[in-house]
Design a protein around this ligand. Structure first.
Ligand code: GDP
Ligand code: MG
Length: 149
């Protein structure tokens, strides 16, 4: 039966997806959630918040030395985020495909960034880029109790 699928390696894989302030402002929360639901992934965590700068600096710790880092933090604190944890087989890799290239000019039509954005500094959505990165980010944004089994 369906429940026995949890025995397949990778089925319980989880990733962090966040609708960025431009995505919230432009009313894309429902569209983005619908894409993940229709694909077959399971929502196991969800919150809306104005992200503290300290949390974002940990989230983007690898980008601290990039020239765009100050503007990235300004963008990410410009309004509320909707942060989610999605679960399912290969969800990390598959969600990166669904989100599309970081640069919207390179993101294929049919991807979230390909369909809804034109500039790298306003690219609508975040998705973890590795299973290890996803685990780190999920722990950063959610308490264990906030995630559903
Ligand atoms: P992602 O994993 O596809 O989101 O890309 P990265 O982890 O490399 O970068 C994180 C975020 O920083 C991106 O989603 C963009 O919002 C922003 N970013 C990355 N590269 C650039 C850049 O060259 N210029 C600007 N303005 N923002 C960038
Ligand atoms: Mg990244």
């Amino acid at each position: 039966g369906y429940s026995s699928m949890s025995g397949i390696p990778g089925v319980r894989e989880r990733t962090l997806i966040a609708v960025k302030p431009d995505g919230v402002h432009r009313r894309f929360v429902g569209e983005i959630m619908q894409r993940f639901e229709r694909k077959g992934f399971k929502l196991v965590g969800l919150k809306m918040l104005q992200a503290p700068e300290e949390l974002l600096s940990q989230h983007y710790q690898d980008l601290r030395r990039k020239p765009f880092y100050p503007s990235l933090l300004q963008y990410m604190t410009s309004g509320p985020l909707v942060v989610m944890v999605w679960e399912g087989h290969n969800v990390v890799r598959t969600s990166r495909v669904m989100v599309g290239d970081t640069n919207p000019a390179e993101a294929h039509a049919g991807t979230i960034r390909g369909d809804f954005s034109i500039h790298i500094s306003r690219n609508v959505v975040h998705a973890s880029d590795s299973v290890e990165g996803a685990q780190r980010e999920i722990q950063l944004w959610f308490h264990g109790k906030e995630l559903m089994d």
